[in-house]
Design a protein around this ligand. Structure first.
Ligand SMILES: [Zn+2]
Length: 281
């Protein structure tokens, strides 16, 4: 190929942030902080290693994903309880908030809804920031480990406990539908506690040992009634390998909390997206 004479000039143009989030509807973090001090635990679900479990969270309640026993990452799907086709949109969340999310940022649903499903209200790993490799935690860049990619990379290898398959089994059991009917509802995840980034030299997706330790948690406020589905990834802390039974894996704990209704009396759920849906004439 021929390098143009003005190549350096073209490459040195300064980037512009695609989506200025100043005009996004902002969560009332002061209200959520106030509500956090009034929480009463109402439910909990233990997700076994290399499996997934569903859980529900009423709108206006909180939930935590907690590290227990050992360093473990989780793959999280979210649906609207009342319409499971409204689900988490990892790609738009990434475009709005960046490659990883933390306190004050939100998990957005797909079109035609595009509204906040959950807001991160506390993250004990918030101190991690972006490390010297460009890595950070809770990413929306990886998709989920899956048996199809594994088969491509391993000359037809069959492994049945990738997060994708775990999420399918859990959702099928919860909804009382076949695995074939559940599969199209499973979607790109929030990689909870996973430490990932892109290499600076080749731009490749990388993972490294998660900094999560037992007792760490990420906490969310449910903006709409949620059906969560969480897989304890077969990669364990994702320090070396996944899509196999090789890594040490641990359970994850999901806890659901109700705030004092008095404190939340002025809170209103997010409306449907304001676009009129006509797509022109
Ligand atoms: Zn996984």
């Amino acid at each position: 190929m021929t390098r143009p004479l003005d190549a350096d000039a073209r490459r040195s143009v300064e980037p512009v942030i695609c989506y200025s989030v100043e005009t996004l509807p902002h969560p009332d973090m002061a209200l959520y902080d106030k509500a956090r001090s009034t929480l009463t635990k109402t439910d909990e679900v233990v997700v076994p290693p290399r499996e997934a479990k569903c859980f529900t969270v009423p709108e206006g309640h909180f939930f935590r994903i907690v590290s227990v026993e050992g360093s473990q990452v989780g793959d999280l799907n979210l649906h609207n309880v009342d319409d499971v086709t409204e689900r988490f949109y990892s790609g738009k969340t990434r475009a709005l908030h960046g490659t990883h999310i933390t306190t004050g940022e939100r998990m957005w649903s797909g079109f035609p809804h595009l509204r906040p499903m959950a807001t991160v209200t506390y993250d004990t790993l918030g101190w991690y920031g972006i490390d010297p490799y460009g890595g950070s935690v809770h990413d929306v860049i990886g998709t989920r480990c899956d048996p199809y990619t594994h088969a491509l990379l391993s000359d037809g290898g069959q492994y049945h406990h990738c997060c994708h398959s775990n999420l399918i089994r859990a959702l099928a059991d919860h909804l009382g539908v076949s695995r074939a009917d559940a599969e199209p509802l499973v979607h790109d995840v929030l990689n909870v506690f996973m430490c990932t980034g892109f290499t600076r030299d080749t731009g490749q997706y990388f993972m490294k040992a998660s900094p999560v330790r037992p007792g760490d948690y990420i906490e969310f406020f449910a903006e709409i009634p949620l059906l969560g589905n969480l897989s304890a990834c077969p990669g364990g802390d994702c320090s070396s390998t996944h899509s196999s039974d090789t890594a040490s894996c641990y359970p994850l704990l999901v806890e659901v909390f109700a705030p004092d209704p008095e404190v939340m009396s002025e809170w209103v759920p997010p409306p449907r997206n304001a676009y009129n849906g006509s797509h022109g004439d």
